[in-house]
Design a protein around this ligand. Structure first.
Ligand SMILES: [Zn+2]
Length: 64
């Protein structure tokens, strides 16, 4: 029997402290660079992120 493929749909939303836009951090093209093992099911502290709107670099703690 053919297996049905189910696709994850994720976003990592926050307000950028610089431009104050509500952004999805996953939209930055370099977000996954060197992060193949990032476990998004867990809370991650001090994750370095870059705002996809203005390029501001900052740190976040993630949560669901
Ligand atoms: Zn920004």
């Amino acid at each position: 029997m053919e297996k049905i493929e189910a696709q994850w749909s994720a976003s990592l939303d926050c307000e950028c402290p610089s431009c104050k836009e509500d952004v999805d951090l996953l939209q930055h093209p370099d977000f996954w660079d060197g992060r193949d093992n990032l476990d998004i099911a867990k809370t991650v502290k001090d994750l370095d992120v870059v705002c996809p709107e203005c390029g501001h670099e900052f740190e976040v703690n993630t949560g669901w």
